[in-house]
Design a protein around this ligand. Structure first.
Ligand SMILES: [Zn+2]
Length: 465
């Protein structure tokens, strides 16, 4: 089958307007070997939402949150994550009615050197709707329009920020047959030569994003990747980066002082283990270095159904120079043990949390040491509320030190009680309850837990769509 196509028909709907710089960043710093092993990277994002002068933006917070979730999921394979550290609304008609020539002015509005700045536009103009442009390759800013919401075009622009070229890049030479893949094309070897998939958009849409080997793309060898996020295939086809692309991005990150300022890198605690310390589990793990941790968080989950069953609850924190914790609330029991206490540890640095360590399990028979009944009447500990923010229901978990009559009460921001759950007399030990909010409005709520008529915990809940 031979497809004819019209070059000019696609020129106005290019997925992205990012301009490839004349020189490759890695050549300019003399690095040619891509890295393959790496630590997790958590980039800071600063979100700028462009609104008109009345504050109307034509793109909602929920749409942006969904879009950022997609960004995180696309970079998951590289252990690269993104976290919003700040957000502003820019009320400005000049930018709201965007045209492509305003790009440089827009990315100079309140930029951050410790974050990647994303400027979100609505669809007030055609250019606002279709803009998708990174400052450079690599860089720490891009502008994206509402026309691409819900697609991986956001990850495509982030890919440029992290040093990735289009799969059809020609500036460094055409790799018709894949030879010279490190110097030519997109400088990545597991992305086949790509003649420019924008010329095949309609055919790809009809063909369910599959490239047909019979399509005449000579002199290029077959077959470009319509699902590659750095291609110009229809945005609905874009799904993944290759491991070569992730490798290149990580190499750029390792070598770019500008990108390094935009992420926090915290090593994950390694080799969590436990031993018997006078009948209680003593957890130990390896010291996190380079950078040091400010502190470690210890999480525990007690149940009889496995580590994935039930919530992990933050039970304690220790200073960053300490690498052990004795859990005096858990008695080790090898004989007839019916429960397991599962643990993991995370490292904290400047309020950023690492990925969890390995999970360990400790056999136990009792939830805790025998309670001193009278003294502990109505006492609970280790309250956990998750998820928070949430989007329909929450689970409240707590550990009762002795049998108690417990109530959970939910208030609005204005103090109006909207829900009172009388749980009655509960046995001591771990307790979990679901609270459903599906009949209530989005917003901020407060919960109060009472045990034996005393308020023993309260806190804020954030209900998002
Ligand atoms: Zn692009």
């Amino acid at each position: 089958m031979f497809l004819s196509f019209n070059l000019t028909a696609f020129a106005q709907t290019d997925t992205c307007q990012t301009v490839t710089p004349p020189e490759d960043f890695l050549e300019s710093i003399g690095v040619t070997q891509y890295v393959h092993s790496y630590s997790s990277k958590k980039f800071n994002l600063f979100i700028h939402i462009i609104a008109d002068q009345t504050g109307h933006s034509r793109i909602s917070d929920e749409e942006i949150d969904d879009w950022l979730n997609l960004l995180n999921s696309d970079f998951n394979s590289g252990n690269i994550t993104f976290e919003v550290v700040g957000k502003e609304i820019i009320k400005n008609d000049y930018f709201y009615y965007y045209s492509y020539n305003k790009f440089d002015e827009l990315i100079s509005v309140n930029p951050h050197d410790n974050a990647i700045d994303i400027y979100f536009l609505g669809d007030a103009t055609q250019d606002a709707k279709t803009v998708a442009k990174a400052e450079s390759i690599p860089s720490t800013a891009f502008v994206i329009g509402a026309g691409w919401k819900g697609t991986s075009v956001i990850s495509h622009e982030m890919g440029h920020c992290l040093g990735l070229y289009h799969t059809h890049e020609w500036r460094f030479g055409k790799d018709f047959d894949g030879s010279g893949c490190e110097e030519k094309g997109d400088k990545v070897c597991d992305t086949p030569p790509d003649p420019g998939l924008e010329f095949f958009r309609e055919a790809l849409e009809e063909n369910n994003c599959q490239f047909d080997e019979n399509w005449d793309i000579s002199p290029w060898i077959c077959c470009p990747q319509p699902e590659n996020i750095m291609s110009y295939a229809p945005p609905t086809c874009m799904q993944w980066f290759t491991s070569g692309q992730i490798s290149r991005a990580l190499t750029i990150i390792e070598n770019s002082s500008v990108l390094q300022k935009a992420y926090f890198y915290i090593s994950t605690p390694q080799n969590l283990s436990w031993h018997n310390y006078s009948g209680n589990p003593k957890l130990t793990w390896d010291l996190v270095t380079n950078p040091d941790a400010d502190s470690y968080n210890i999480y525990r989950n007690i149940n009889n159904c496995g580590e994935d069953c039930g919530p992990f609850i933050h039970i304690a924190s220790v200073n960053g120079n300490i690498t052990s914790y004795i859990d005096n609330d858990i008695t080790i029991s090898y004989k007839n043990s019916q429960l397991n206490a599962y643990y993991y540890v995370t490292a904290m640095k400047q309020n950023h949390e690492s990925f969890p360590s390995n999970i360990i399990d400790v056999p136990t028979n009792s939830m805790a040491k025998p309670a001193e009944k009278n003294k502990n009447a109505g006492k609970i500990k280790s309250v956990g509320v998750y998820p928070n923010p949430f989007n329909s229901s929450i689970t409240i978990s707590f550990y009762l030190i002795s049998d108690s009559i417990v109530n959970i009460i939910i208030y609005t921001l204005l103090g109006e009680e909207i829900k009172r759950i009388n749980l009655g007399l509960l046995d001591k030990g771990m307790q979990n309850f679901h609270v459903d909010f599906s009949n209530h409005n989005y917003g901020i709520y407060y919960y109060v837990i009472t045990a034996s008529d005393k308020i023993i915990d309260k806190g804020k809940l954030v209900y998002l769509k």
